[in-house]
Design a protein around this ligand. Structure first.
Ligand SMILES: [Zn+2]
Ligand SMILES: [Zn+2]
Length: 496
């Protein structure tokens, strides 16, 4: 809403601008959605209304007179990000009226010290309003019961959530706002108010499933997921949204009573940029849609994977991007694939040779089996960094195999060596598919094998006599010049 105000647009107009850009960026990165829905759709409003009517009927919502900041210049009540001031807990300046980005405390906007209107900077006045509160205090024990067995969550997520609940417990939360963007609050006496964005947008997961079901022409199909105890709901978020997903979301679902709860909330820490916090307003940012103009999406996916902030904050650095792409993705992974395919093309006219050596068969199956097991296990537990590491390790093993067997010198054994090396290439084309889908598909095109691969293709035999296609290098190395250019571009957009 604030950004729309700054640009002279309505929130709907701003969303209409960003939605297609985000959708296109995801598509270009090879991220596919069963449904890429929007919380401005009627199905979302309907879902929210039904949900909160139930919470009202069950006595989880009550009205209360509260004090609000009001800007006499803009003639607006100032909730959440519409007001700025010092954190009432730690005193940090320039914090919004909801959460302190320095100490992580949550508070009501009214508690801010030295408040100012974030639109015009004026000193706000106090007005009295009737708002509606969610009785979160009644849910602390139930949320704790839900969270305690989740010891398979990432450690810091689990610890932060449990200690939050044990130390502070939950406070009732003001869930209505005096503006007109968002689903209306469906409570008697709440006319003209909408629901606080977090208590309604979390239900977007449900309404998106309903949207998907309607698009399929099976409008009731969403119930199979949300009401079935066997469903495993995974949420992927950044750490600034931890409270909303590990506490607030389960709390409202428990209050409602019919829905399943998240199985895992996979929380990432932050990615910084060249050692500084990313800031779109300061222009200290690398946009994906800009990066995609220069780079293969798999380079971006690769670097995002190897630097994923799974346990602690990490840093995006252009020179590190160059180094890791050149040495690991190209030097280890792509280079092995290209070596094997080129040998096949040049030494055997593109025809898969006959295998002879039984000991190699055993060793190679062992490496492939171990890599597959590691990748499966890491994907299952959402450890994507370790997942890509297992893929790279198999490529490294393949390089060692070639270097030991020396098919370019040891001509007698060369057919057998290349046959088993091709089996490793095939396994890599399947194992890398979830991480680097474009590269995996290109590799399989050179192998002349069908796309997309099935997971069971990992162990597929490649028939001697099968013809491959003429291979080309999968990537080109990143040069110093272009990386210097990227760094210069970044510095040029920084506003001081
Ligand atoms: Zn603070
Ligand atoms: Zn103002």
């Amino acid at each position: 809403m604030l950004e729309a105000l700054r640009r002279g647009l309505t929130p709907q107009q701003l969303c209409d601008l960003t939605y297609p850009q985000q959708k296109e960026t995801f598509e270009k990165l090879g991220i596919s959605f069963d449904i890429f829905s929007r919380t401005s759709k009627p199905i979302h409003y309907k879902t929210v209304e039904e949900f909160y009517r139930r919470l009202w009927e069950k006595g989880y919502i009550y009205p209360k007179e509260i004090k609000q900041w009001y800007c006499p210049v803009d003639r607006k009540v100032l909730p959440d990000r519409f007001v700025k001031g010092s954190c009432p807990v730690c005193g940090a300046p320039e914090q919004y009226g909801e959460v302190c980005e320095v100490c992580g405390s949550f508070y009501e906007a009214f508690e801010l010290r030295d408040p100012r209107c974030s639109i015009c900077g004026a000193k706000p006045e106090i007005v009295e309003k009737t708002h509606f509160f969610l009785k979160l205090s009644a849910l602390t024990e139930k949320v704790l019961e839900y969270v305690r067995p989740k010891t398979y969550w990432r450690k810091s997520t689990y610890n932060k959530t449990v200690s939050w609940l044990e130390r502070e417990g939950l406070r009732d939360k003001d869930i209505t706002r005096d503006y007109d963007w968002g689903p209306p609050a469906p409570f008697p006496g709440a006319e003209g108010q909408v629901l606080y964005n977090w208590v309604e947008n979390l239900l977007g997961y449900i309404s998106a499933t309903r949207d998907w079901a309607e698009e399929r022409g099976e409008p009731e199909a969403w119930r199979r997921y949300w009401f079935d105890k066997e469903t495993r709901l995974y949420c992927f978020i950044g750490k600034d949204n931890l409270f909303f997903h590990t506490i607030l979301f389960p709390a409202i679902l428990i209050a409602h009573g019919d829905y399943i709860l998240p199985h895992n909330v996979v929380v990432n820490e932050f990615v910084n940029l060249e050692g500084q916090k990313i800031s779109t307003s300061r222009g200290w940012v690398v946009w994906l849609h800009d990066m995609l103009k220069y780079y293969d999406p798999d380079l971006i996916r690769f670097y995002a994977l190897v630097t994923a902030p799974e346990g602690k904050d990490t840093d995006f650095r252009w020179r590190d991007f160059q180094l890791r792409v050149n040495s690991e993705l190209i030097g280890t992974f792509a280079n092995f694939i290209h070596r094997v395919l080129s040998f096949t093309w040049n030494m055997f006219g593109g025809v898969v040779p006959e295998a002879r050596d039984e000991r190699d068969a055993e060793a190679v199956s062992g490496w492939i089996g171990e890599a597959a097991q590691r990748v499966e296990q890491h994907l299952e537990s959402c450890e994507f960094r370790d997942g890509i590491k297992a893929v790279l390790d198999l490529a490294q093993q393949g390089n060692r195999f070639l270097n030991e067997k020396e098919p370019w010198r040891n001509r007698e054994n060369a057919p057998s060596t290349i046959y088993y090396a091709l089996r490793i290439v095939n396994a890599l084309s399947v194992l890398s598919y979830p991480f680097l889908p474009f590269t995996a598909e290109r590799t399989r095109e050179y192998l002349n094998l069908p796309n997309p691969p099935k997971w069971s293709d990992i162990h597929a035999e490649i028939r001697p006599g099968h013809r491959i296609r003429e291979p080309k290098p999968l990537f080109r190395k990143l040069s110093n010049e272009e990386i210097e250019e990227r760094i210069a571009e970044l510095k040029a957009t920084l506003k001081t």
